[in-house]
Each structure stands twice: as structure tokens, then as C-alpha cells.
Design a protein around this ligand. Structure first.
Ligand code: ADP
Ligand code: MG
Length: 256
């Protein structure tokens, strides 16, 4: 759950990042946030992550009140979220398997659980055959799928993707978006995807929030009936299984 109430962000140099933003995103929703470069999209993501702090207003994320959160609770807040960025941010010296496993190792998950979980998540993003490959040996689209696997490793309540297709072959943009939609659908993960590719998002029947110069200028819900035909119904089994290891979710979300 994400809720912004009259949120303003002014950077220390006086630049306005967001102005009087109000929005509410329920658990399990899929939302695109679109806007031109410099409109405040990444600022929105950074405020949700508490990478930047808001100047005024109230922000609530996954039951945390970000106006009042204590620093010692920020790691627990962040474990409720998975994030992918435009530049993948993989660890170049680790293979695909270890890039995903690393995200679990740092959260004290037992190694026998990691050994089950990593192949399962790699299967989910269609990369089980590449688990021994190094990041430099796979394509941009595959690197982004590794980043996505890593973001999902902890079974987060919320997945944030800031320009996830900005550095990959345009032909693969739809594939990544479909994967994000499939994850939202099957695992009930709330998904927020930020992009400047406004034409592209209109091909998907999803809620679209448009930001311009730091302000929300439109918030269009998904249409009830329209089918785009873009959401392929590939075997849903591996994705739906994502909802299964809830033990991991409970531990990472509530163990604080
Ligand atoms: N750390 C910062 N310090 C000062 N201004 C910033 C900082 N980060 C972003 N901005 C400014 O805030 C505005 C919104 O930026 P950003 O959220 O990155 O936009 P977008 O992601 O939509 O391209 C821009 O005017 C940008 O220059
Ligand atoms: Mg940005």
C-alpha cells in the first residue's frame, strides 16, 4: 500500500522535485507512472524507498508512516520492497545464481531455503539455463531479468521499477513489461513501473498516473473490459508458485 498526502519535495539546492502530490495505491495493484524526463518520477520512487526524505506532507508505505519512521526501522521497511533500476546494478563479479542468492544471504535466510528459492525464482524469470553465466555474458534484457529475480527473491509486497526498460533493446520492452504484469497477477505483488515511454504504456490496460513538473496531472484507471492481447497466458505455474513460500514473506516483513 502506498499513500501520499499533500507531499512536497524540495531538494537542498531549492529545486522542486514533487509538488502537492496525492495518490493512493492499494495492495495488489499494477500502476504505471509516466512523465517526461525531469518530471519527478525518480523522486517519487526515492521517497517511497526513503532514499530521499519528503519536505512536507505524509507518506505511508506498507503500513509504515514515513514521516515518523525511526532510522532503525528503515531496513525493515525496505525489505518489504524489491527495486529494479534502468542500469540493472548487478554485481559484475558474481554469476547469475549468486547475484540472486546474495540478496537472500544478506537477510539471514537459511542456506537450504536459498538453494530451493534461487532456482525457483530464476525459473520464474526464464533464466534457469543461465544460472552460471556472468552478467557480461548475457544480454541486456537477460540482465534486467536477473535484476528482477533479485528484487523478487525476498517475496516483497511491493515491486518498484524505475525505467526498467531504458537500457534494453526496444524489442524486449514488451517482454519485460509482460513479465512484470504476470508477476503482479500471479503473486499479487503490488507493482509500480516508472517510465518516460508514454506511448508504450497505453498498449497495456493498466492504471496510468501522469506526472508533469512535479505534479500529478492525470490518474487514469484501467478500463474494465478492453483486452490488449499483449498479456500472453504462458504457463502460469512457476509464477503462481511465487505466492507459495509465504514463510519468507512473513519473516522478512514482520520480523522486526
Ligand atoms: N539530488 C537532487 N538535487 C537537486 N535536484 C534534483 C535532485 N534529484 C532530482 N532533482 C531535480 O528534481 C526534478 C525531478 O527529477 P527526477 O525525479 O529525477 O525526474 P525524472 O525521474 O522524472 O526524470 C528535476 O528537476 C531534477 O533536476
Ligand atoms: Mg528518473
Amino acid at each position: 500500500m502506498i499513500k501520499f498526502v499533500n507531499v512536497n519535495k524540495v531538494y537542498p539546492n531549492g529545486t522542486s522535485g514533487l509538488e502537492n502530490v496525492n495518490l493512493s495505491i492499494e495492495d495488489g495493484e499494477f500502476v504505471f507512472v509516466v512523465g517526461d524526463s525531469g518530471s519527478g518520477k525518480s523522486t517519487l520512487v526515492k521517497l517511497i524507498l526513503t532514499e530521499e526524505r519528503h519536505t512536507s506532507g505524509r507518506i505511508y508505505v506498507n503500513d509504515y508512516d514515513l514521516s515518523r519512521i525511526k532510522n532503525r526501522h528503515i531496513p525493515a521497511l525496505r525489505r518489504t520492497m524489491g527495486v529494479v533500476f534502468q542500469d540493472f546494478r548487478l554485481i559484475p563479479t558474481m554469476n547469475v545464481y549468486d547475484n540472486v542468492a546474495f540478496a537472500l544471504r544478506v537477510t539471514n535466510i537459511p542456506s537450504r531455503e536459498i538453494k530451493k528459492r534461487v532456482p525457483y525464482i530464476l525459473n520464474l524469470v526464464g533464466l534457469e539455463a543461465k544460472s552460471k553465466a556472468m552478467p557480461t555474458q548475457i544480454s541486456g534484457g537477460e540482465q534486467q531479468r536477473v535484476a528482477l529475480a533479485r528484487a523478487l527473491a525476498n517475496n516483497p509486497m511491493l515491486l518498484l521499477a524505475d525505467e526498467p526498460t531504458g537500457n534494453i533493446d526496444p524489442n524486449l520492452t514488451f517482454e519485460i513489461m509482460e513479465l512484470l504484469i504476470e508477476i503482479n497477477h500471479a503473486a499479487k505483488t503490488t507493482v509500480l513501473v516508472v517510465t518516460h515511454e508514454q506511448d508504450m504504456v497505453s498498449h497495456f490496460n493498466k492504471r496510468i498516473i501522469t506526472i508533469n513538473k512535479g505534479r500529478i496531472v492525470s490518474d487514469a484507471p484501467a478500463q474494465k473490459k478492453r483486452r490488449t492481447g499483449l498479456i500472453h497466458s504462458a504457463d502460469p505455474a512457476p509464477v503462481s508458485a511465487l505466492a507459495e513460500p509465504n514463510a519468507i514473506r512473513r519473516r522478512t516483513v514482520y520480523d522486526w
